[in-house]
Design a protein around this ligand. Structure first.
Ligand SMILES: *Cc1c(COP(=O)(O)O)cnc(C)c1O
Length: 422
């Protein structure tokens, strides 16, 4: 694609964008001047689908009209409300229907997965994580290590970029796995690093881990609904993700969880059990022996948080209509356009940290502001850009392909250009 740094070009790209109409399915926040903000923060909180409200109201109506009967009656009975969500998310992450469930929130799911898939022994107790993993993942993994009576200082192997580099090299991850594999119980990496925007090579890492007898899980908070994923075929043991980032389910929205088919019927796996993970046919017999559902649903604890699920349903219907293939195609064009425009700025004050290769990143570029404090970010924010600042010096820009367009990207770079005075 031959890009041009002009407004006309951006507008032409928008006119031929096959997904252009989906922008109208979302509400954009307003800037203080009354105009729509340039929203480039879908990696933090996705925008509200206009249909979210009616889905939530439908649940309220069923509750009002049916009371407890709403669990099994009405168009979308509460007791089975999650099933369609799991099926739709399975398509997004490249899984089989049985392997995915919508439940809880992200960090909670990460803990529950580690209950099943982090089983340290005296000789194999270490966990690989990426050095600058999202803090919640660090806390969760460290606390699991301590819970099992080990010392994170010894048990946590953090992979970091080489000196002077920002991104972690796959070869370094694979080397660590092959050198220390016998001691490693679990590899748990963020599928896409929130800070740098680097997408890890999930398939290669999984295979290398399995070759050494390790279990391999991924936190896909920034990957789900953003990257091309084939969790089933890649053989990943488990994955967890939130849905309020690229999947637009609203603040604290219900999370997703993947467990590979090969684990679904295992009787030897430890897990924390709750009644909603119990065999559906006998759940209401209220027997005191736990019989897990032989699908990812077997990890559910509690009955459905239906009001929260309704907002996710609204967004997943849009995802289902668009499909990940078309979404990723647009996403790559859009992020590459952002990269192109930033690189054409005549300045040495900013530097793109995220990978250059389209398959090594998603809909995000992290921009380092050299020799500057937060002031540049403040200026662009005042001009109507909603993006994200990460200490010490990074602005994260995420053009979400479902609702952002080429004009958003162009307008953002214009504002950045003015703010830089170039
Ligand atoms: C967003 C994010 C979280 C947030 O966790 P919650 O449990 O949803 O609050 C955790 N880990 C990563 C990698 C994230 O990107």
């Amino acid at each position: 694609m031959e890009y041009k740094p002009t407004r006309e070009f951006a507008e032409e790209m928008d006119q031929v964008d096959p997904l252009r109409q989906y922008r109208n399915d979302f509400y954009f926040p307003k800037h203080s001047n009354g105009k729509e903000a340039i929203y480039l923060c879908g990696n933090s909180l996705g925008l509200q689908p206009k249909s979210a409200k009616s889905h939530i109201l439908a649940v309220l109506d069923d509750w009002r009209d049916l009371g407890v009967k709403g669990h099994f009656e009405g168009d979308n009975p509460f007791a089975t409300y999650h099933e369609d969500l799991g099926a739709k998310m399975a398509k997004i992450v490249g899984a089989q229907k049985d392997e995915v469930v919508a439940m809880n929130s992200l960090t909670v799911n990460l803990h529950f997965m580690m209950v099943s898939f982090y089983n340290p022994t005296d000789t194999r107790f270490k966990v690989i994580i990426e050095k600058n993993a999202f803090p919640s993942d660090q806390y969760a993994v460290k606390s699991q290590i301590e819970f099992h009576g080990f010392d994170p200082e010894e048990a946590l192997l953090e992979i970091e970029p080489r000196d002077g580099e920002d991104l972690i090299r796959t070869e370094d991850i694979l080397d660590l796995i092959s050198n220390k594999g016998q001691e490693i119980a679990l590899i748990m990496i963020g599928g896409l690093n929130y800070y740098t925007g680097q997408a890890f090579e999930i398939e290669k890492i999984t295979k290398a881990g399995h070759d050494m007898g390790c279990l391999v899980g991924f936190d896909l908070a920034h990957g789900a609904g953003n990257l091309e994923l084939n969790l089933h075929d890649w053989g990943v043991d488990f994955a967890v993700w939130c849905t309020y980032k690229y999947m637009n389910s609203g603040p604290g929205g219900i999370a997703g969880c993947f467990v590979h088919e090969r684990h679904l019927k295992r009787k030897d796996l430890k897990r924390f059990a709750g009644w909603w993970g119990h065999d559906k046919a006998t759940r209401f017999l209220m027997d005191d022996t736990f019989v897990p559902i032989p699908s990812a649903e077997g990890w559910q604890m509690s009955n459905e948080t239906v009001l929260s699920m309704a907002a996710l349903k609204a967004s997943l219907e849009i995802f289902d209509e668009v499909g990940m293939k078309a979404l990723i195609k647009k996403s790559r064009l859009l992020t590459a356009y952002l990269e192109y425009l930033i690189e054409s700025l005549d300045t040495n004050r900013i530097q793109i940290v995220s990978p250059k290769n389209a398959t090594s990143r998603g809909a995000q570029l992290s921009i380092r502001v050299l020799k500057s404090d937060k002031s540049l970010f403040k200026i662009i924010s005042e001009k109507g850009v909603i993006a994200d600042w990460r200490e010490p010096d990074v602005i994260r820009i995420a053009p979400a392909p479902l609702y952002n367009n080429f004009s958003d990207v162009f307008n953002f770079v214009q504002i950045l250009k003015e703010a830089l005075g170039v």
